[in-house]
Design a protein around this ligand. Structure first.
Ligand SMILES: Cc1ncc(COP(=O)(O)O)c(C=O)c1O
Length: 344
């Protein structure tokens, strides 16, 4: 269950590699590929499994007997942390936005099933600062109780968590070689920035090693640094630093990630985080009917709306291969107002 990746502590939680699946040809003649990170295996799957491998590796190495993390009411990250704790035999505390519902549904239902303790703060969705303050108070209390708690910030987005996506970038390059393709872009949903930072770190290291790499295009569904979330370039450079230490020969030691490498397309967020959009809902229906892919209204539906929008705007060239990294989120379909069909 607990192994070391070179000098990095890592818990084995995800089923890897995830599949790279050929999708349809989109408007503009672009071939879509889907990286199935919705199928990472842990507690219903999703992108957080990759981050949690390294976060939980560090927690175990520090002797933690409890994990504490925070999230929106229907946080996928919280649900997957609950599953990680169940798998590793560590108690899990989730500090959530909103009030306790009469009946748990979607991600909250699954988190409860995985045995986590849910702490409702009454905070607004995406009031990350307020959630972090509540998490700190709870972490102090658990420390006083002798549980040596390991606190994970929103989305698991620290450099340690983002390591998972630096490795995912390498996994993708191997799959491109096997499929004999050279995609021009990776497009994915971004919120707390850890997935983005990890992919950019992996890209910087691969470029420094002379490999041909795709562009990394994030579809932003939360208000990023302005909303109190981490700086992606800073986090990516920390990830590069952590990985360089595995490679004393210094492969990739010249190049880091600059602010100019960070592309976040925020046009698909709509009114705010977790507020559905017409385009996102259309993308959910399109994906379900086109490939049986399950997307959600807060994250991957908006991400896919950006993917399809970019293709129809002519961002890519006819004949390009473009990869949508499917980061998961299906359990939220089973929450109140979670599906376009049920709530329209
Ligand atoms: C389904 C899904 N997609 C994408 C993201 C965004 O990932 P990140 O927080 O690493 O930006 C999340 C984060 O919670 C998510 O749950």
């Amino acid at each position: 269950m607990h192994c070391v990746f070179e000098h990095l502590e890592r818990a084995s939680l995800a089923t890897l590699p995830t599949a790279l699946e050929a999708g349809p040809v989109l408007e503009g003649g672009v071939r879509l590929w889907i990286k199935r990170d919705d199928l990472t295996g842990l507690g219903g799957g999703g992108n957080k499994a990759r981050k949690l491998e390294f976060l939980c590796g560090e927690a175990l190495a520090r002797g933690a007997k409890a994990l504490v993390t925070v999230g929106a009411a229907q946080s996928n990250h919280c649900r997957m942390t609950a599953a990680a704790g169940a798998k590793l035999g560590i108690e899990v505390h989730l500090v959530l936005a909103g009030d306790k519902p009469e009946r748990a549904s979607g991600n909250q239902l699954l988190s409860t099933l995985f045995g986590a303790q849910l702490h409702f703060t009454g905070a607004g969705e995406s009031h990350w600062g307020e959630l972090e303050i509540a998490s700190e108070a709870l972490t102090e209390q658990l420390a006083a109780d002798g549980l040596a708690p390991y606190a994970i910030p929103v989305g698991g987005s620290t450099a340690v968590g983002a390591l998972g996506y630096a490795l995912a970038f390498g996994e993708l390059l191997e799959q491109f070689e096997q499929a004999n393709i050279s995609p021009t872009a990776l497009v994915f949903t971004s919120s707390s920035g850890g997935t983005h930072a990890g992919l950019l770190a992996g890209r910087a290291l691969a470029m420094a090693a002379g490999q041909v790499v795709p562009e990394v295009v994030a579809i932003g569904v939360a208000k990023g640094v302005n909303g109190g979330l981490p700086d992606v370039a800073e986090m990516a450079n920390e990830v590069v630093g952590l990985l360089r230490a595995t490679d004393p020969e210094g492969q990739g030691s010249k190049d880091g990630v600059s602010a100019a490498d960070v592309e976040v397309d925020t046009r698909w967020i709509g009114d705010d985080y977790a507020v559905p959009t017409i385009e996102g809902d259309a993308a959910i229906s399109w994906a379900a009917r086109r490939g049986g892919w399950l997307l959600d209204r807060t994250y991957s539906g908006k991400g896919m709306s950006g993917m399809l929008g970019l293709a129809s705007e002519g961002r890519f060239t006819e004949g390009d291969d473009v990869v949508f990294v499917h980061t998961g989120g299906w359990p939220a379909l089973f929450s109140p107002h979670g599906t376009p069909l049920a709530s329209d």
